[in-house]
Write a protein that binds this ligand. Sequence first.
Ligand code: IPE
Ligand code: IPE
Ligand code: MG
Length: 253
Amino acid sequence: MSNEDASVTSAIDTVRSDVPKHIAIIMDGNGRWAKARGLPRASGHERGVEALRRTVEGAADIGIRYLTVYSFSTENWRRPASEVNALFGLLKLFIQKDLSRLKREGVKIRVIGRREGLPKDISELVDKAEFETAENDTFFLNIAFNYGGREEIARAVKRLAADVGSGVHASSDVTEDLVASYLDTAGMPDPDLLIRTSGEYRLSNFLLWQAAYSELVFFDVLWPDFDQVWLMKAVEMFRERERRFGGVTPEDN
Ligand code: IPE
Ligand code: IPE
Ligand code: MG
């Protein structure tokens, strides 16, 4: 075991008791990673999938239950068709290659975001991944694909409005909890910790409702270089934060 592995293992022992339940990650910087190496952007995305595999494994190892990763935004359609196709191809490959292993390991997959407009082969594969892992409850992996926070909220409001129109709910029943139950993340805890790689300091339309009180961590590392050591660093930073949720610290009371 290398020194680095040993320090990760001892850090894992100390955090197990106090890890965030739900981590959300904006996996950014694949293009810059590839560019720095004179490679096509698509190879940065390929290496990004490796980082995702390491992260799922690392998160499960330290006792995190929910991981939500941003893999294609509603705004990413603005990229050249060749890159959009490469990203779709990678989701397909990820599901085809990893589904049986994830299923065996007790991972429940949910793909959040807009389904309309996705190519038929992708939406069928997504349905299959969700269906085959529906009974799992060891670890919850949410893949945000064709996802935008505003689009998710608008779609939720549209369904809620239809239910109010048909008398399922009265307009006076509309509460934060009711709205949340119409979102793609219905039934899940909000992310405690949100990580963005690549040195950009913005949410880029990710989990706008759910991240209202998430602790934010920004790293300069490019996503393909992300690993369990970075994940541990984020968890350590999270543990040092004082979460007040609008209240005051007990000693100031
Ligand atoms: C993140 O990497 C992956 C997606 C947005 C799909 P980018 O492709 O945004 O990489 P940069 O930001 O251009 O380096
Ligand atoms: C956010 O990254 C979307 C994903 C990581 C999937 P972008 O690279 O698309 O975000 P911007 O354009 O820098 O805001
Ligand atoms: Mg980017």
